[in-house]
Design a protein around this ligand. Structure first.
Ligand code: ATP
Ligand code: MG
Ligand code: MG
Length: 456
């Protein structure tokens, strides 16, 4: 498979500030956010004209799942479009809340943990061929994913438990299993629930639960780009040696706590390796693979360069090498400067507040966005492509068809249902259209359905 379908799901943290006003629960805030969505979509679980899914599951974390993308920059634009959609929801939700006499502001955070110790996720979805042996895949993938936080962690001022400090990852402390079919109760690294959202005879979906949500576009590029490359290496049947970890869950926590990357983790074979060595191992194999087989997309060299630079930065402790590119390093620079300027310890609540505000999606308040505007964070996509992704689906996957369907339905006020595989008009007798191949961009039955909605 040369092109791969990839999608990212992001759950957002929610808060309401209420100076002089009664405070409302996150559930109530979420209801205000989704009121306009329910009005036009008749549900708090809808698909948008860009092919994405916007929904409110149990609890109060609004979620945005990008449409199926087959291009890295397109994926980053679609994910950032999700932030933009959430900002629009905030604007409308706040207005409705104020009309009801509840003052204050609504906050959404693209992070993975709240002050009460709850965690919420950012899932990555990679389509893989069915014929790939899943147990071999996960055996090789887990050591990569456990150590991947070095190159793409969001950074965390972690004051819980022993070994407080600035850590690589937000999610590391909230992962409880290697592979499992549950996402919430036992929270695995890879979810094995076999739901491919595609022709199950040909495809499978690797559902990665372990990642942090990223603010930085370059970190996002590296996270997904490197994971896709490692997958390609595994798919090629390469013999990679045995890196099986003795205890992935203990390792992921230990690695998160050691910014030198030198923490040794025990392999099942009895050997020990450091997180840096494991990442170097994958980088070397992937580099050799690309030299032999060529780059399969235009950004491979940028991914490899970023990957190597991130590992060099950790090895030499010269974080200046990645201070504009990798979330945890961008955030560390910010918190270090703030602590120095205000003579604060890491344990100060004001430092924790900086960590949180880094993830605020507001363009005015959010510290990551402020840094980006000042040129202190490198970008990968243009604001125009993000703007376009808010309404337009990727044109090279079935998301294009879904997007056209939703657009027609909204323009003509029709009651429809969609999911990743199906399109249906509820108020008509017509059959449900099934799109089993995520790479299709034209489908006769879907065109007929869309034309019928448009009355052409
Ligand atoms: P949960 O929310 O419980 O994790 P889920 O993973 O099935 O369930 P969604 O939130 O609906 O849930 O997100 C699915 C993601 O998978 C989307 O980002 C979508 O683009 C992506 N996706 C859709 N089809 C495929 C496919 N065939 N292969 C890989 N990813 C896919
Ligand atoms: Mg989801
Ligand atoms: Mg998911």
């Amino acid at each position: 498979m040369d092109r791969r379908i990839i999608g990212i799901e992001t759950e957002y943290g929610i808060a309401h500030s209420h100076p002089g006003s009664r405070s409302i629960t996150p559930e109530e805030v979420a209801r205000y956010l989704f009121k306009p969505v329910v009005e036009w979509g008749r549900s708090s679980n809808v698909f948008l004209t860009n092919g994405a899914r916007l929904y409110l599951d149990v609890g109060s974390h609004p979620e945005y799942a990008t449409s199926e993308c087959d291009d890295l920059l397109g994926l980053i634009s679609q994910d950032l479009a999700g932030e933009s959609v959430m900002r629009s929801l905030i604007e409308r939700g706040e207005a409705l809340m104020h009309e009801d006499g509840i003052q204050g502001s609504i906050y959404l955070f693209k992070n993975n943990s709240d002050s009460a110790g709850n965690s919420f996720g950012c899932h990555e979805n990679y389509m893989i061929p069915r014929k790939l042996e899943f147990s071999r895949l996960s055996e090789l993938m887990i050591p990569f994913l456990v150590t991947r936080q070095l190159i793409c962690g969001a950074g965390k001022v972690n004051l819980a438990g022993d070994n407080c400090g600035f850590h690589f990852s937000q999610r590391a402390d909230h992962v409880w299993e290697g592979v499992s079919s549950a996402t919430t109760r036992s929270r695995p690294i890879i979810n094995t629930r076999d739901e491919p959202h595609a022709d199950a005879e040909r495809f499978r979906r690797m559902h990665v639960i372990v990642g942090d949500s990223n603010m930085s576009q370059t970190t996002q590029l590296l996270k997904v780009g490197a994971t896709d490359l490692v997958l390609r290496l595994i798919e090629s049947g390469a013999i990679l040696g045995d890196l099986k970890l003795e205890n992935p869950i203990r390792s992921i926590r230990e690695i998160s706590r050691d910014l030198t990357g030198r923490q040794e983790v025990r392999l099942a074979s009895g050997r020990s390796m450091s997180a840096l060595e494991i990442q170097r191992f994958f980088l070397q194999h992937v580099t050799a693979f690309v030299e032999k087989n060529g780059a399969h997309h235009a950004h491979v060299s940028r991914v490899l360069e970023l990957w190597e630079r991130a590992l060099d930065a950790i090895e030499t402790q010269n974080l200046g090498l990645i201070e504009k590119d990798i979330d945890w390093a961008i955030k560390k620079r910010l918190t270090d400067a703030y602590m120095a300027k205000n003579s604060l310890e890491l344990s100060s609540p004001r430092v924790a507040q900086i960590d949180l505000t880094y993830h605020d999606i507001s363009l005015e308040r959010g510290l990551f966005h402020v840094l980006e505007r000042r040129g202190a964070a490198t970008t990968v996509v243009t604001p125009e492509s993000v703007e376009e992704a808010v309404t337009v689906a990727p044109q090279t996957t079935r998301a294009k068809i879904r997007g056209e369907f939703i657009k027609a339905a909204r323009e003509h006020g029709r009651d429809v249902t969609a999911d990743w595989l199906h399109l249906k008009v509820n108020d008509a007798q017509g059959a449900t259209v099934l799109l089993k191949d995520p790479f299709v961009t034209e489908d006769a039955a879907a065109t007929e359905l869309i034309n019928a909605i448009r009355g052409v």
